[in-house]
Design a protein around this ligand. Structure first.
Ligand SMILES: [Zn+2]
Length: 319
């Protein structure tokens, strides 16, 4: 008897979360689990070469398997064999902002040199979303997210919605709708307007079949309600800054948390507790640059290369 291992890859998540479906086909000689084959599988998963870890314990009678991935790592477990790869991405960057006008190319080059393999450039309004798309076309490792930020809620209208639909449907580099959400800290616009604009963009995301990247500040409970009402499934709560209780509600829905520079701040022990126990497939790394630089760069402009520091803290906290 021989069993063969068949692996398929499909992009199911905008942050290039490679969801791996592993299928075993029953044949004659028991489960066939070649270490070389698994190594090859991991090579396929590994867009980050040299970040593979292999732990091997072949002595298990029955194969059980699990494959999970996040922006932080992907792993495939078969019996007690764990194949793991690390993936480094900045899933939330505002590279189109004027803060980068003088040295944008150098910033992007530094990110590449730091080993960042994907950057999602996130739009905040119509013009900013267009600039993100331009950057995504210029650089192979940059993708674009388009949307209207709650602070720009007054700029949302039907024409813009129609434009986003065309862009989202016609352009493979547009990978999500965002950033959208509710900001009750700044309250630049009334809550009711923010909610309407948020709801309509969630509908748009469902219509074009893209996930959403959500901004929330002092608005977690309303964000939760609006998301639930909308029935949207693929959600990233960017720059997550809530407590464990809310995090658990999000995980129960399969929502992904974005961890950025704020997890590196000494006072943020509560947030690191969330990082420590977050399911590995339910978080991603981000910078939100030019804002929120990690501890080592407080007071400076943030940039995608600094996501390495976020990753370091994630590893420390979770080890
Ligand atoms: Zn942002």
């Amino acid at each position: 008897m021989a069993y063969s291992l068949h692996v398929e890859f499909s992009y199911v998540y905008f942050l290039q979360l490679n969801f791996i479906q592993v299928k075993f086909y029953r044949e004659r000689n028991g489960w066939f689990l070649s270490r070389a084959l698994l190594r090859a599988v991991v090579r396929k998963i590994a867009f980050a070469k040299g970040r593979e870890m292999i732990i091997w314990d072949p002595a298990r009678p029955k194969p059980s398997f699990r494959a999970v991935s996040s922006s932080y790592f992907a792993h495939l477990e078969i019996n007690d064999l764990r194949l793991m790869t690390y993936v480094l991405q900045d899933t939330h960057a505002h590279l189109d902002f004027p803060a980068f006008d003088k040295d944008r190319e150098e910033v992007i080059e530094r990110a590449r040199k730091a080993g960042i393999e994907k950057i999602v450039c996130v739009g905040c309004d119509s013009a900013s979303s267009d600039r993100c798309i331009e950057l995504a076309h210029k650089y192979d490792f940059i993708d674009a997210s388009i949307g209207v930020h709650p602070s720009d809620a007054d700029k949302w209208n039907t024409d813009l919605a129609n434009k986003f639909i065309v862009q989202a449907k016609g352009d493979k580099k547009v990978v999500s709708i965002g950033e959208i959400g509710l900001d009750y800290f700044h309250l630049t616009h009334p809550k009711e307007l923010q909610k309407r604009v948020f709801r309509e963009q969630l509908e748009l995301a469902k219509q074009v079949g893209l996930p959403v990247c959500v901004h929330m500040r002092e608005s977690a409970s309303d964000v939760y309600d609006v998301l639930i009402d909308s029935g949207i499934e693929r959600v990233t709560l960017h720059c997550f800054n809530e407590g464990l209780e809310f995090a658990e509600k999000a995980w129960a829905r399969g929502w992904v948390l974005g961890f950025g520079g704020t997890i590196t701040y000494p006072k943020n022990e509560a947030l690191r507790k969330v990082v420590a126990v977050c399911p590995s497939e339910l978080f991603v790394l981000e910078t939100d640059c030019p804002f929120l630089p990690p501890q080592g760069h407080r007071g400076e402009r943030n940039e995608p290369a600094y996501v390495v520091e976020v990753e370091r803290v994630v590893r420390e906290v979770r080890s």
